[in-house]
Design a protein around this ligand. Sequence first.
Ligand SMILES: [Fe+2]
Length: 219
Amino acid sequence: METLLKTAKNFLVNVTARQSYEEACFHLKYCVERLNPEELCILEKDPSLDKSYINFVNVAECQSFAISVFVIPTGLKLPLHDHVGMTVITKVLWGELDVDSFDFIEKDKFVCHHMGGEGVQYPSFTMRAGDCQLFYPFKANLHEFKARRRCAIVDFMWPPYNPAEDRDCHYFMSQPHLGLRRNDTETEKLVYLQRIPCPSYFYTQEVLYRGPPLDLRYL
Ligand SMILES: [Fe+2]
């Protein structure tokens, strides 16, 4: 975790002209991959983690990034949501989840994030303990996570959600089968992503972070 914070400081706070976005992604993913359940105090057998609700832990948040943990009971899901202009690195600490991801294909993506619009659905995939995935502002920015088996994930995202800077979280429902689109390597499924209010089934219970204290003063 200390290495992650140092790397975040180097690439997201004290940014130099020589650093590229790709380098930031590479180095931050390397650090997120090394986070483990023990250091975050998110153990599968911990009786204080509720098995009926999604537990949410706000591990750290500053102006430049946020680190959160979700513990998702079997069969429950984080509904389809977006991360406007944000990059997210997700690591599975334990358990298994299915991921569906999408992007808007219409020209004015910013309007789509507020109003809904036509999108492309990427092939679904399953993430297992130790797997780590990048979701970009321009690729797989909208996604839905469903726990195939009770799981815990840690999200490192930058910049963090901030409605004051137009980075609110919006929810969507995918209306499938507008057709198919062929690109160079694969056939993609086209969908309509309808903007919806936060689904009523999506309820999270916040649990306090119990890992080692984090020093965010210089971030
Ligand atoms: Fe997300």
